[in-house]
Design a binder for this molecule. Sequence first.
Ligand SMILES: [Zn+2]
Ligand SMILES: [Zn+2]
Length: 220
Amino acid sequence: MTPHHLHATAAALSLGAARGALAARVRAERRQRGEALTAAGPISSPRYGTRRVVGGHADPVSATLVLDRTPARETTWAEVLRRSESRLAWIAQEMRAPDPHRPALPRIIAGIPNLRPANARLIHLHLTGELDWLGGLPLGWTPVRHPLGSVPCPHCEERQLVVQADGPEHAWTVVCATRRLCTGTGCGCGMPGAVEGVAHIWWRADVIGAVAGAAPTHTE
Ligand SMILES: [Zn+2]
Ligand SMILES: [Zn+2]
């Protein structure tokens, strides 16, 4: 998988964690509201995003959601969840992810490795937009990040790596906090399919395995 695929995967896994927090909010909301909800009046809807074409007409992933980060004050968490489900279903559809009867996010995660690099880049943008939108809500959630200070960056050799630790451990990725971008072929960063201008990203297991000179370990 190229860096675009890894970035998309990391965003999707963070989205999974964010949506776990969102589901907990929905459950708490249901408990708190109980009977009161049935007696409540109509609530205002959040302002939804619009779609903007960013690619060619033949591109199956040609539009991106322009998200309004401002939630309406009277939106319920259940409404936020419903909107998020709807957007993810749209992304899965744009990806032509198989198995349409499954929930959207697992379909997206499973479908990312099959994307062409250009589409993986766009799907990453879509997922980041959704993450930004959820991140702007008072969910009480942030992505799980661990410093990996014991290991030099495969690119710049500074010890400022950060593990992106949402989702299962085997799918964790590593980025460099210096934010130096890849220069493409000849960069020497060791990213498969290195792409000029993309933020460096590696599988955590690969970074740790390269340092250990052996199979990936659980030591950080
Ligand atoms: Zn670096
Ligand atoms: Zn590079």
